[in-house]
Write a protein that binds this ligand. Sequence first.
Ligand code: UDP
Length: 328
Amino acid sequence: MKRVLITGAAGFLGSHLCDRFIKDGYHVLAMDNLITGRLKNIEHLFHLEQFEFHNNDVSKFINVSGELDYILHFASPASPIDYLKIPIQTLKVGSLGVHNCLGLAKAKGARILIASTSEVYGDPTVHPQSEEYWGNVNPVGPRGVYDEAKRFQEAITMAYHNFHGLETRIIRIFNTYGPRMRLNDGRVLPAFIGQALRGEDLTIFGDGSQTRSFCFVDDLVEGIVRLLLSDYVYPVNVGNPSEITISQFAEEIIQLTGTKQSIIYKDLPVDDPKQRQPEISKAREILKWEPKINRAEGLKLTYEYFKGLSKEELFESNHYNFDKYIKK
Ligand code: UDP
């Protein structure tokens, strides 16, 4: 039985990866420090013999006993308000955290895949974004803590590949959505659906003309598995190229939820990218991958999940564990 270590395993993407690797017959070692991850996302796996949970901070030294075939580094705050709240933790998990994972991969002779992001392209001046584009990132802006950590992560991963011959894979993930997103993580989809469910107005930041391209989580997970098992070491974009404005997206959520609330406009966050669309010809050619689930279908599945949350969860403003990291 192959053994895979997943960091950030209790988070949105990490928990779906745990499900997938369990389904595919792997032994899964799930690691999370539960700052933004939640045990609820993985507790349905706790009774399984081929699943183990390690409550560890990957930014500190990590080790696990036994052999490892694969490491997937998915630990990181991943929404703009999260990395504004815990900027140092965000920088650490993308730098010290990946360094620890690379060291562990080297010690175990494991292949490692790291979760990178479309944020390496910053506020892009090239559209759509292909892997050859080097990006337009403000290193000292509020998003710099995430973007630059992820850029460093790519650089150190390539260095381990080139210098130590480590087997490495780099995925650049574009906006992804689906069940188990945290309702209060501030990202646009949980924000809009949460507002609709609570009977609040939907908040558009800026004039809503900025664009994003949303990929359903099951499609992304398929892309991750294909990249992991491929022999391609350079970064690969995985995302759904279907691009819409945030205004159109708000309209789709209004349709989906039937909310009678209005739209209100708020200031656009600093350095908010104006446009984003993945160019996925590499994923198509190398991984034989493309998204299969369209937005209408994916949004329906996601809405079903959010409708099933308890009233307490719906109104919880802070069900994550930032307090000890935030300076009073
Ligand atoms: N956004 C919005 N209203 C919200 C939350 C986000 O209009 O309540 C906008 C945000 O300014 C950005 C887009 O939606 O232009 C996507 O934001 P998100 O935080 O989901 O992800 P990003 O792609 O910016 O990392």
